[in-house]
Design a protein around this ligand. Structure first.
Ligand SMILES: [Fe+2]
Length: 279
C-alpha cells in the first residue's frame, strides 16, 4: 500500500449546475491526482440552499465518501430527516444537538480510516455553540478511531478560520475553510503538520456573485430588501484542494489548490451540462 493517501476536498457546490460539473469531471480529477478519497461541501446544491437525497445519492454514486455542509443546510426543512438518517452527510457539530444529524464521522478509503469533522464559525454567523470546544469533544472520539482527520471549518471570517487552524495544528490532518466561495491563496502546512487553507472556494457558476445571479445580488445590496434567490448558470468551475497525507502519522505532507478550469482558460460550458433547476 502506498504510504501517502491523496485526498480531494471539493469546495462548496452551488446549484444543480455545480453538481453536474462535479459529477462529470470528478473521474478526470481523481485520475490526474491519483485520488483515493473524496469529500465535498454540499450545502448549496439545491437552488443555492441545502441539498436533497437525490443530490447526495448522485455524489455517493460518483465516489464521494462524505458530504459536509454549513449554515444553509437548515434552510429547507426536508434536510433535517436526511441529516438524521444519512451519516455520510454532516452538519456543523456546534449547532444545538436537538436539530439532529451528525457533526463528525469516519469513512474508509482503501483500508484507511479517515475522520471528518464539520464545524462552523460564529463571527458574522448565527450565534451557535463554541466551535473550539465542540472540536475538542469530537476529537476525543475521532482519535479513538483514526489519526487522519479532515476538518471543514465553515465560516465567514478569515481570522476565525486561522485561529481554528492554529488551535488544531498537530491534532488534525487539515483545517479547510469553506463558506465564502472565494478560493484563497494561503494554502500551507502549519508548524505541527496540519494543512490549512482559509477557503477552498466555490464549485459552481463564476458569472455571478458567489453563485447568486449578479443582477439579483446588486438589487439586494442596493435596496436592502429580500429578492428571490436564483443561482447563476455560466462560467462553471470546480474549486478544490488535494492533500497528501502520511497514512501512518496522519500528518499532511502537502496541500495543493485546484481550480478547474483555471481562470486563464475557458470555463465548463453550460451546454456541456444538461441541467434543470426546476424539480
Ligand atoms: Fe455557508
Amino acid at each position: 500500500m502506498n504510504e501517502v493517501l491523496k485526498l480531494l476536498f471539493i469546495g462548496d457546490i452551488v446549484g444543480e449546475i455545480g453538481l453536474q460539473a462535479v459529477i462529470k469531471f470528478l473521474p478526470s480529477l481523481v485520475e490526474k491526482y491519483a485520488i483515493e478519497a473524496v469529500i465535498v461541501n454540499g450545502e448549496n446544491i439545491h437552488e443555492g440552499k441545502s441539498l436533497q437525497k437525490r443530490h447526495a445519492d448522485q455524489l455517493f454514486t460518483a465516489g464521494v465518501k462524505m458530504i459536509t455542509t454549513g449554515n444553509h443546510v437548515w434552510e429547507r426543512w426536508e434536510a433535517k430527516p436526511l441529516l438524521r438518517e444519512e451519516k455520510r452527510i454532516l452538519r456543523p457539530l456546534n449547532y444545538p444537538r436537538e436539530n439532529g444529524g451528525h457533526g463528525f464521522g469516519v469513512f474508509e478509503a482503501q483500508g484507511t480510516r479517515v475522520g471528518v469533522l464539520n464545524i462552523q464559525g460564529r463571527t458574522f454567523m448565527p450565534a451557535i455553540d463554541c466551535p473550539f470546544k465542540a472540536s475538542d469533544r469530537a476529537l476525543e472520539k475521532l482519535h479513538e478511531e483514526t489519526n487522519i482527520i479532515i476538518v471543514d471549518m465553515h465560516a465567514e471570517a478569515t481570522a476565525e478560520k486561522q485561529a481554528m487552524s492554529r488551535y488544531l495544528d498537530g491534532r488534525v490532518t487539515a483545517v479547510l475553510g469553506t463558506h465564502t466561495h472565494v478560493q484563497t491563496a494561503d494554502e500551507r502546512i502549519l508548524p505541527n503538520g496540519t494543512a490549512f487553507i482559509s477557503d477552498v472556494g466555490m464549485s459552481g457558476p463564476y458569472d455571478s456573485c458567489v453563485g447568486l445571479r449578479s443582477d439579483i445580488a446588486i438589487r439586494r445590496f442596493m435596496y436592502s430588501t429580500p429578492h428571490k434567490y436564483e443561482t447563476a448558470t455560466d462560467e462553471v468551475k470546480i474549486a478544490a484542494v488535494v492533500i497528501d497525507i502520511d497514512r501512518h502519522t496522519g500528518r499532511a505532507l502537502a496541500i495543493e489548490r485546484v481550480m478547474f478550469p483555471d481562470f486563464d482558460r475557458t470555463s465548463i460550458s453550460t451546454e456541456e451540462l444538461s441541467v434543470s433547476e426546476n424539480h
